[in-house]
Ligand binder design. Sequence first.
Ligand SMILES: *[C@@H]1O[C@H](CO)[C@@H](O)[C@H](O)[C@H]1NC(C)=O
Ligand SMILES: *[C@@H]1O[C@H](CO)[C@@H](O)[C@H](O)[C@H]1NC(C)=O
Ligand SMILES: *[C@@H]1O[C@H](CO)[C@@H](O)[C@H](O)[C@H]1NC(C)=O
Length: 372
Amino acid sequence: MTPFLVAAFHLLLAGTSCQAALTELDAYSLQEFDKLVRQNLVFMVVDRVNGTISEQRQMQHDCASLVNHTADNCKSCESHTPTNHQVGNPLEQVIPIILEPTVSAGKFLEHVANTVASPESLKLLGKKATKLVNDIGSVAQNAGSSLLDGAKSAYYSSINGLKDFGNKLTSLTSDIGTSLKSAAGSLDHLFTDQIGGSLSNVGTGLVDGAKDVWGSISSGATDVANSISSGAKDVVNSIGSGISSIGHSIGHIFGRKRSACPDCDKINSQNGDEIVSNVCGSDFMTRHNAVLTEINHMRDIYSAAVNTTVIQKVEYDPTSIDVTHGVQFKVVYITYTINGQSRRYRPASPLRLTDLPTMAEGVSMEIYESYV
Ligand SMILES: *[C@@H]1O[C@H](CO)[C@@H](O)[C@H](O)[C@H]1NC(C)=O
Ligand SMILES: *[C@@H]1O[C@H](CO)[C@@H](O)[C@H](O)[C@H]1NC(C)=O
Ligand SMILES: *[C@@H]1O[C@H](CO)[C@@H](O)[C@H](O)[C@H]1NC(C)=O
């Protein structure tokens, strides 16, 4: 063995002897903790999609204005320069590109709307499902108000559709709210995060009267789910087709020759990405691409949170006990899995067995940040 390998081997031994001192959190607390983290992740993702939409609105508006001004400058420059170029405004060509993040966020909202009343989601969220529908509605409204001045009418109407969809969702909430609330009255113990098994197991474990109540909730939920998802589909399809038809209607306005006007060179391309990059800058494109990646990651987190166990293991060192603020353990390791990728890390906050919700808040934030 080389000295390096010997050293590595000793480090490994030291590592294992260290880990031997760790204790695992009991199965019941682990399950509770996992559920709290997953609930937080669901709401966090929806909140961050909203933040992304708001951030993009300003960026999209600024970029569209820049393209517009560049086209105006080009036009006035060409009018002083002998040329036979036909100058047009490439705004409509670049709008489908500028809007990609909003459309991608819209598709993600569609997915959330489609799954919000699924058994997995209701089992995880219980009464909080109402808040989730309300939040998606508000985010869709936010996306729907991402209007760009001067954009084509097809664009206006499709993005307005997203707003209508948001309005519809927020008004639906009161329906779901009522059925969940009345159910919660008689089945309160089920909704207080105790729903451990599948929905059908819950049904069979109940007395007959309660079973009926549950049946009416879940069929109510199915109706709601169906109307949510059909609403979402119409909207997202119309956005997609509205935007691609805008994209195809343009793209033949310029000649290929270099002009004497720098602003014309920036917009003299058949390729919308190239125009956006020339006019709005490479930082814009970098952020644009990063947002598209982030939305995909948000989707992974959301699916994992709704469908699967995220927290696999919580280990702590019993000798790191600290009783200055209740009972807590300072040395703790969390192992979580998102989309098949597992990671073990040491969270910033200590393990407080008597206050898992607070710890879950910190941990869900850390998981979110390190995955997105
Ligand atoms: C683009 O410019 C035209 C006039 O040149 C104006 O009517 C329109 O509102 C502008 N659009 C944007 C997005 O700045
Ligand atoms: C989404 O953002 C809008 C605009 O900032 C805000 O009014 C709304 O409350 C937000 N909704 C959620 C669920 O965060
Ligand atoms: C959960 O998994 C099912 C089956 O793989 C899938 O159809 C569904 O979309 C997933 N739910 C979410 C919220 O991604």
